[in-house]
Structures are given as C-alpha cells and as structure tokens.
Design a protein around this ligand. Sequence first.
Ligand code: BTN
Length: 331
Amino acid sequence: MTTQNKSRRIEQLIEVLADGEFHSGERLGEQLGGISRTAVNQYIETLQQLGLEVFRVSGKGYRLASPLQLLHQQQIQDYLVAEKIELPLELQRVVTSSNDVVKELRVANPTAGLTVLAEAQTAGRGRRGRQWHSPFGTNLYLSMYWPLARGLSAAMGLSVALGVGIAELLDSAGVQNVQVKWPNDVYVNNKKIAGILVELEGHASEAAHVVVGIGLNLSMPSATKNIDQPWTDLASELPTALNRNYWAAKMVSECYRRLQAYDSDGLTPMLASWQRFDKFYQKPVTLVMGNKNVVGRALGIDDDGALLVERNGQVERFHAGELSIRDVAEV
Ligand code: BTN
C-alpha cells in the first residue's frame, strides 16, 4: 500500500463520516475499496490520532462526535473572486505545518500572497517553540508567503498589522470583547482565539522572505485538553452559525489586504485601531525577556510596532518579550 493510497483512503473515510451519522464497519470497508473491518479499524485509529472524535457502538458502527464542515477549495476560491482577490491557493488535508508547505512551494512560485490552508497539522507550531494544537477539520490553519521589500526590520510591524486585521474582522462580525495582545495574539473575553507566527528567511539588510502562519480556533473539539492557557473558539463567540469555508476566505482576504496596506502605508494608519483593541493599554505589566523582567505601564506601540513601556517616568521601546498583566500588589 503506497502512502498516497493510504492518504486517499483516510480522506475518503473522513468524507463519508463527515455527516455525523453511523456507518457500519462492513459498509465502510466496501466504500474504501473492499478492505477488511480490521483495516477499517486501523484507519479509524489514524483519524483519532488526527484529533477527530470517533465513537464506535456495536451493532451500529462508527460515527463522529459531531458532523464536520470540510473545507472546499472551489468554494473558498469563489468567495475570493467575489472579494476581487487573486492569489495562488492550495488546500491540503494533513500537513506537518502549513508554514513548511508554503516555504517549499514559494521556491517555485514566489508570488506574494501564495497561500496554503490545511485541515490538520501533525507538527503545528506556535511562537517560542510551543506546539499549536491542530485537530482535523475544525479550526483554521493558514499560511501565506510575503516578500518584505523593506527587509527584516519591517517584520515586527507586519505581525502587529495582522493582529489588528483579525481583531477588526472578528469585531465587525459581531464578536464581543475582542482584544489584541502585543505582539500578535488575539483574545475574546480574555481567552485566546487566534495566534500568529511570522517566520523569516533572509538577512537584516536585504529583501526578506516572510511566511506568516495564522491559527484561528473555529470550533475546537469538546474533548480538547493539553492547551496551557484559556482558549475559546469562534463558534462559541459568534452570534450566528459558522461557515468554515466563508471564514477561510475571509481570513485569506483580510491577511492579503492587510499585508498590502502595510507595504504601502506602514503601521501608522492602524495605530488607533490597535489602541482600541489593546488588552494591556495603560495597564501595569511585566515584560519577560529571557531572564530579565521589565515592570512598568504599557502605553501601546509605536510606528514600528515596538512596545512602549513607561518606567521611572521614561517611555522605553521594546522589540521582544512575553507580556503579562502585573498584579500591582506585587510591587
Ligand atoms: C502562537 O500564538 O504561538 C502562534 C500560533 C500560530 C499557529 C499557526 S497555524 C498555521 C501555521 N502553521 C503552524 O505550524 N503555525 C501557524
């Protein structure tokens, strides 16, 4: 059995089970090209490893905990055409990390906006070497290639720009209490809903190649564990039902337009919006940089996307670090 055939069978199995109804092992075996029930069971285990919740009830067969809305490339392209966005887009089912796929594809096709969407990531990564929980068919894993003509120094502002873009998008869809956390996390009701990972290739002085990766929680499986911070998903926060293909296209178009706007006008026109959503604005904070802690009052960001912290009556700029609210009783 080639890896390609195996992947094809996994995809077929997911497509059949996506309706959330029971399917007998025998019938599934036939639909997968005449394989045994033991083999079906092995494929089911693979689905479970991909984060899908599959139940087995004797006499009835297998079913998913809830129906899946799979992503469809054509539907996403149609939405993008309606928004007048033209870019190369590839939808893949299971990848290690969508950022890695973009890095490979951009070698042959270095088009600004080249995008990969994935249904699941087996090695999804977040900032600071953290793992990004990436179960199948529920959230959004999006990566886009962007050349930064102004070089690597423009990268910090770029991640801030994307954070504001996502915050505005969620807010305009009716999500309440959207906030951004410097440099580029998006929160709703104090729980993380989206993260951005900007990966750079190139040297400080020359044009840089950037891959931006965005993870947006759409409908995290209810059994999700092992996430080390409070999180939420769009299905829980939206006032209306969620359409994954629509949101995939919305996110692609928002990122593309944001990156274009940042290229042409920089961050300055977005600063007011950042301040509106800034979770820590005017708050007492601690910025952890390696083994150094900076304590002070957060005053938003400057035109480059650097964090402004007031301490001892002086405003200082910071380009890196992990920010948290400080309990004023600590000092
Ligand atoms: C973070 O908040 O730490 C950033 C998370 C970024 C996750 C996305 S999902 C798509 C892309 N592929 C990855 O492996 N990571 C990013």
